[in-house]
Design a binder for this molecule. Sequence first.
Ligand code: PGA
Length: 251
Amino acid sequence: MTQLIAGNWKMNGTLGANEALLGALAAGLGPLTPAQVAVCIPAPYWAQFRALAAQHPGLKAVALGAQDVSAHASGAYTGEMSAAMLKDFGCRYAIVGHSERRQYHGETDAVVAAKAQQALAHGITPIVCLGETLEQREAGQTFEVVKRQLAAVIHLNGHCISEIVVAYEPVWAIGTGKTASSEQAQEVHARLREQLKAASAHAERIKILYGGSMNAGNAAGLLAQPDIDGGLIGGASLKPADFLAIIGAAR
Ligand code: PGA
C-alpha cells in the first residue's frame, strides 16, 4: 500500500517560518513522490496553509491535518475545535490520542475513542496514536498496553475501523532521539495488525505508522518493514531537508 508520511509540527511555527518551511517542501516534493504526505499544523495556521497550497502547485498533493479534535460535536466547550470546523478548513486528518495529550491533558482511552468517532463522522481520518512508556516496556507490558488502547477505539468505531490510521509511538522514543529498532517496531505493528484483522475484514488496508524520533538516517530501515506503512514525524518534520529525505525513503 502507499505509505503515508505525516508531519506533526506540535506547538511550533510562526507565519514567517511556516511560509519558508512550506515553500521548501513545495519546491522539494517531486511530482513522482510515491508516498502520501500530510502536515498536521497548529489550527491558527490552517488558513495560511490553504492560501499557500493554492499558490504552490508543489503543495497540491500535501494534505492538511489537525493535531487534535474535540470529542464533542459543538457547544459550550471553550477552547475546543469540532470535527466540523476541521472539515470547514479542509483538514483531511486529525491526530487523536497523542501521548502528549494523554499525559498533559488527561485523555483516557475512552476520550480518544470518542475523538476518533467525531473525526470519522465528519469524513476526517483519525490518526490514532498508541504507545507504551519506558516503564511499561521494561515491565514487559508493551503488547498489553497498545492492545488496550486500540481496543477502546475498535469498541466504539468497529463498523468503520478500516477508515482509521494507527500510529505506534513508543513514548520513550518521542523527541528523545531514541528510536525503536526496526525489529522492535515491526513486532508491535504485526501485533496491531492481528488485532485489526480480528475486528475488520479490511485490516490489510489500514495504515499503521511508526512515530518516535524517525529521521533522515533511520527512516529507510523502518519504512522497509512489512507492517510499517509510514511515519508520524515530529522534530524532523520542521526541517525541510530531513522531512523530504524521509518522504524520499517511503514507497
Ligand atoms: P518526534 O515526535 O519525531 O519528535 O519524536 C513524533 C511525534 O510525537 O509524533
